[in-house]
Design a protein around this ligand. Structure first.
Ligand code: SF4
Length: 361
């Protein structure tokens, strides 16, 4: 079964009567990918940003792609959005905007660029398309999915509404457009409690992350009806491994993402979204810290804060790691893979996403 089969009928289908991005934009030749003195000189300032986490021996491979992508995105009128879980050479060297899902959704809503290249997973690219129906949204690898997004469909939401009539539905942005379209409002891990409480209801259906739902329930008096979706990356962390880190260094700080299981969060000194975790480290400057989340985020913060020692119980997101420099360049050269959302579903989903964005701003 293809990876995106569970996402629902609106995704990844070309809409009748609409030409593909590849035919709407002029073709361009593949740029040179030679490593030479000119490339070394022109990209030296970018390598400075990541030298703490990317060995010098790897830069001659990355640099020609970085140079070519930065030139081509200008030619295409494109902007690159990169999630905090992208690798350092993407996050630091070709992205125009970086952040968590909420920050990227806000940037997608604001951008004046004609083309958005989403360096993240498919639901993020879909969110960008929902907010920009007239723009071209590309994802360098359409197989970049998400276990949470795959855990639920629009039909599931409709059944839940029948079972709990009148109860508002909050969906995490880690869902397909079809699921967002059935929701009252979206949320991210940055604003989940605020969104839940904004509805003025004593009960909400919160989908699809069970652990985030439990965390929100621990922070509010609103009764939460949850779904059993899990992030395949965060559910791999265990309380035992965190306790053993703490035993070997009692002064170590542990900060965790709320997609982790409750017994893992119980071991943490701080729980927050990726953006809140980064802010916490920037402000507190701990001597040693464990970021209990996807592994690349520690590399990205380490590049910015070389004086902090990051201990990495490394769990990688296989979907985020499908995005690479060669695929980003391929995407800009050939204008693929274009993200398409059925306009009727996009219009319904947009209400839920914009309600969230306007709530915070
Ligand atoms: S880290 Fe988890 S929630 Fe994020 S994209 Fe990967 S599977 Fe989905």
């Amino acid at each position: 079964m293809p990876l995106f089969a569970a996402f629902g009928p609106a995704l990844d289908r070309s809409l009748p009567g609409r030409a593909s991005a590849a035919s709407r934009f002029p073709t361009v030749p593949m740029p040179s990918l030679d490593w030479n003195e000119d490339v070394a000189r022109e990209t030296a300032h970018l390598y400075e940003r990541i030298k703490a986490v990317v060995p010098a021996v790897e830069w001659p491979f990355f640099a020609p792609y970085v140079k070519a992508i930065n030139a081509l995105k200008q030619e295409r009128g494109a902007v690159i959005l990169a999630h905090n879980y992208q690798t350092p050479e993407i996050y630091n060297c070709v992205a125009d905007f970086v952040g968590d899902s909420l920050q990227l959704a806000r940037e997608a809503a604001k951008t004046k660029a004609d083309v958005i290249v989403q360096c993240g997973v498919h639901f993020m690219a879909e969110t960008a398309k929902i907010l920009n129906p007239d723009k071209t949204v590309l994802i360098p690898d359409r197989r970049a999915g998400c276990s949470l997004a795959q855990s639920i469909t629009g039909d599931d939401v409709r059944l839940l509404r029948e079972r709990f009539p009148g109860v508002p539905v909050v969906t995490y942005v880690n869902t397909s457009a079809d699921v967002k379209a059935e929701s009252d409002i979206c949320c991210t891990s940055s604003n989940a409690r605020e969104v839940v409480e904004s509805l003025g209801s004593d009960k909400v259906i919160f989908l699809p992350d069970e652990y985030l739902a439990r965390y929100v329930a621990s922070q509010t008096d609103v009764k939460i009806i949850a779904w059993k979706g899990h992030c395949e990356v965060h559910e791999r962390f265990t309380a035992d491994e965190l306790r053993s880190y703490r035993e070997s260094d009692p002064a170590i700080e542990i900060i965790a993402h709320p997609e982790c299981p409750p017994d893992v969060l119980a071991e943490a000194d701080f729980t927050g979204s990726t953006a809140h975790m980064i802010d916490w480290v920037r402000k507190r400057r701990p001597r040693r810290v464990i970021m209990v989340t996807e592994c690349s985020m520690a590399d990205n913060v380490q590049a910015e804060l070389p004086d902090v020692q990051f201990v990495r119980p490394c769990n990688l997101c296989p979907h985020m790691k499908r995005i690479t420099l060669p695929k980003i360049l391929d995407s800009l050269v050939h204008m693929r893979e274009e993200v398409v959302v059925d306009p009727r579903i996009a219009a319904k989903a947009r209400r839920a996403v914009e309600r969230m964005i306007h709530l915070k701003s």
